[in-house]
Design a protein around this ligand. Structure first.
Ligand SMILES: [Zn+2]
Length: 197
């Protein structure tokens, strides 16, 4: 499932129907801002809106989720694939979030312990600075975990790849489920969707 692809697909289907964002929004009793959010890949339609949206656009929910027209004969196969994708993503996300919370706790614990010790024994406050070490290690660890779990998919050429943990990755702009990194195949610096196993 690729939010950006779904967004482009919604826009394409809407234009094929000769509708403006406003007209589509009016049909669904929502604001045209919401439609614009979907089409630019910044959000997915709520579950309750999926059926009405599909009806207006003349597509089915599976086509909406995969962001492409699906010929009848491969419909079942594609539906199962989508289902598997959704499940895999959910499971992987849970694991990665648990791991990140653990790292965060390991970063915060020394800060709290040192603060308590300074207070109790009247130690110089400068000592707080040593807690920066676990904090920095933790921050790097979080991004490293994010980089090595699952794979990324290029929005331009659909290449699936595991990025190298480098400065390009580390400082890249990111959203919860995608990151602007260089694709090893087409070499473009574009939004790549993070798929978790
Ligand atoms: Zn690419």
């Amino acid at each position: 499932m690729n939010q950006i692809k779904t967004g482009k697909f919604i826009a394409q289907m809407r234009k094929e129907k000769g509708m403006t964002q406003r007209q589509l929004a009016d049909e669904l009793l929502i604001s045209d801002k919401t439609v614009s959010k979907w089409e630019t890949g910044k959000g997915m339609p709520e579950v309750s809106l999926m059926m009405p949206l599909c009806e207006v656009l003349g597509i089915n929910v599976n086509e909406l989720l995969t962001g492409e027209r699906i010929p009848d004969e491969s419909y079942k196969e594609k539906a199962e694939e989508t289902m598997m994708d959704l499940m895999r993503n959910k499971k992987g996300r849970g694991k990665i979030i648990a791991l990140m919370i653990l790292i965060l706790l390991l970063m915060l614990a020394p800060m709290i312990i040192v603060a308590v010790l300074i207070e109790k024994y009247n130690l110089p406050e400068k000592l707080e600075i040593i807690t920066l070490i676990p904090a920095i290690i933790g921050a790097v660890a979080i991004i490293f975990v994010d980089c090595s779990v699952g794979y990324y998919q290029c929005d331009e050429c659909n290449e699936k790849f595991v990025p190298k943990f480098s400065a390009n990755y580390f400082f890249a702009v990111h959203k919860p489920d995608s990151r602007k990194i260089r694709c090893p195949k087409c070499g473009k610096n574009c939004w790549c969707k993070h798929n978790l196993y």
